[in-house]
Ligand binder design. Structure first.
Ligand code: SF4
Length: 493
């Protein structure tokens, strides 16, 4: 993606001064029955940091009380402190990293959210976005619910609290059946760790085990960091309930074919993660190879836009038998300290992130490979940078189809009119970006890279609506124009 964020093994994606990116919403983690639950959760969240950098939190349970620490900022900023971890006592914990799409970034929106219900405490952490969250919230508020946050996740707490069922698990399922949209959830009660994935499985969730203790996490990289064993993906529409008796799997929904988000393979997931049995790194290389097949270029070198374009560029270079060169060097240490509002400093930002490796590109015809284009602002600057470094021709290749539609499932896409491909033809984009040629991977090509013949238009194998506009669930809030709840309370600091 033309955003300059790192997908390196530490997942230290950093600030994008152009806001030229899709942001993941969140990552979740949970563990049951382990004496060092909070430490392990902090490590798991550290591995999931690429899924959200705005805020983080952990809630633990010590057999009597719940303990909570939630802060704005990175995992390492909060959970490197031994005293903080010591206060998160207990052998069960859940945690969250957040990039806000629904609800502003403020402390009271930071997850896990916690509520004291009739049967005891309940903490929940959510990856995804409810497409009927505002509609449900309006109804709950009309009925007298007092909302503490502006996050759609709080709706889940209210629905569990108001359920007329007795057993917690039945109340939880009762709440889930009222939700639309995308959710991968982890929840913690005084006895149980629960996990749930929406009926289409749009956002990921995996099950693992460490020393006999079950773990739930957004990605397998969060299991690898602690040496945990991967057991399986939580299935679409599955609820898992983990307690001292073991694990129970419940399927409360009518069975549907899974439609996970295709963008996990393109950009969101860490390249070392395994998503639904496929190595993300391998799929990205195959996307590059498929792109070479569909849109070859006569060139001297293939250059990745670091870091997210690297695997696709490797695949492209191998398939075309053109040398692969690091023609752009990325500075990994550009951070939020460089946030500056003025246009002139924003211009500076890209040069601080990326530098041309003149020796690798001067006098050459280059194929520049990136994973996607959102607004296109960074692409323009990178093409210009390559030309200034002496590139003779710049052929831009994108290892995913044009993004033409916004997401409503937990990814922060700009409004449709800000998506370059929604308002411009490929030729218009080429001219704006200033490349000699521009080509995108086809929709079928992306499915081929994932091992299919192509997209099954009757039963698409993935959620792919940013490319196709084929939204897989009702968009109730948008159709009904449910009011967005602006925060009425400003938090200091
Ligand atoms: S629009 Fe659909 S395919 Fe695109 S990122 Fe969102 S969930 Fe994934």
């Amino acid at each position: 993606m033309d955003n300059g964020r790192s997908t390196d093994p530490q997942g230290d994606r950093d600030f994008d001064p152009d806001d030229d990116t899709l942001h993941e919403e969140c990552g979740v983690f949970g563990i049951h029955g382990h004496p060092e639950a909070a430490t392990i959760t902090a490590l798991g969240l550290h591995a999931l940091q690429h899924r959200g950098q705005e805020a983080t939190g952990i809630v633990s349970f010590d057999g009597t009380r719940f303990h909570s620490e939630r802060q704005l900022g990175l995992v390492g900023d909060t959970f490197s402190d031994h005293d903080v971890i010591r206060q998160l006592a207990g052998d069960s914990a859940i945690g969250h990293v957040r990039y806000a799409t629904t609800g502003e970034t403020m402390l009271r929106n930071v997850q896990p959210l916690f509520a004291e219900l009739a049967g005891g405490g309940f903490a929940v952490a959510h990856n995804g976005n409810l497409t009927n969250g505002l509609t449900l919230r309006s109804r709950l508020v009309r009925e007298g619910a007092i909302c503490q946050s502006t996050s759609d996740t709080e709706v889940i707490l209210h629905l569990v609290a108001r359920s007329r069922h007795n057993r917690f698990v039945d109340r939880f399922i009762d709440a889930l059946t009222q939700l639309e949209g995308a959710y991968s959830l982890v929840g913690l009660t005084n006895k149980k760790l629960v996990g749930a994935r929406d009926p289409l499985g749009i956002r990921p969730l995996v099950l693992g085990r460490l020393d006999g203790h079950y773990i739930l996490a957004s990605e397998t990289c969060a299991l690898d960091i602690i040496g945990a064993q991967f057991i399986r993906d939580v299935e679409n529409g599955e609820v898992v309930v983990i307690d001292e008796d073991g694990i129970e799997s419940i399927k409360p929904f009518a069975p549907q074919p899974m439609r996970p988000c295709i963008f996990e393979y393109i950009y969101f997931a860490r390249p070392d993660s395994i998503v639904h049995g496929r190595s993300v790194y391998d799929v990205r290389k195959k996307m590059g190879a498929q792109l070479a097949l569909e849109a070859p270029a006569t060139a001297d070198v293939v250059v990745p836009v670091p870091d997210s374009g690297v695997p696709a560029a490797i695949g492209y270079a191998r398939a075309c038998d053109i040398p692969y060169e690091l023609g752009i060097i990325r500075n990994h240490y550009v951070g939020r300290t460089f946030i500056q509002p003025t246009q002139s400093v924003r211009e500076l930002g890209v040069r601080m992130k990326h530098s041309a490796n003149r020796g690798a590109v001067a006098g050459k015809r280059i194929v520049l490979v990136d994973d996607s284009i959102v607004r296109g602002t960074t692409s323009m600057k990178i093409v210009q940078m390559m030309r200034e470094a002496g590139a003779r021709e710049v052929h831009f290749r994108i290892a995913s189809p044009p993004i033409t539609h916004p997401d409503y499932y937990g990814i922060d896409t700009p409004e449709r009119d800000k998506l370059l491909a929604a308002t411009h033809s490929v030729e218009e984009m080429r001219r704006m970006i200033g490349a000699d040629s521009l080509a995108f991977l086809s929709v079928d090509g992306i499915y081929r890279a994932c091992g299919y013949q192509g997209r099954d238009s009757l039963r698409p194998q993935f959620a792919d609506h940013c490319f196709t506009g084929d939204y897989p669930t009702p968009l109730t809030d948008i159709a009904g124009e449910a009011p967005r709840h602006a925060a009425l309370l400003a938090e200091a600091g």
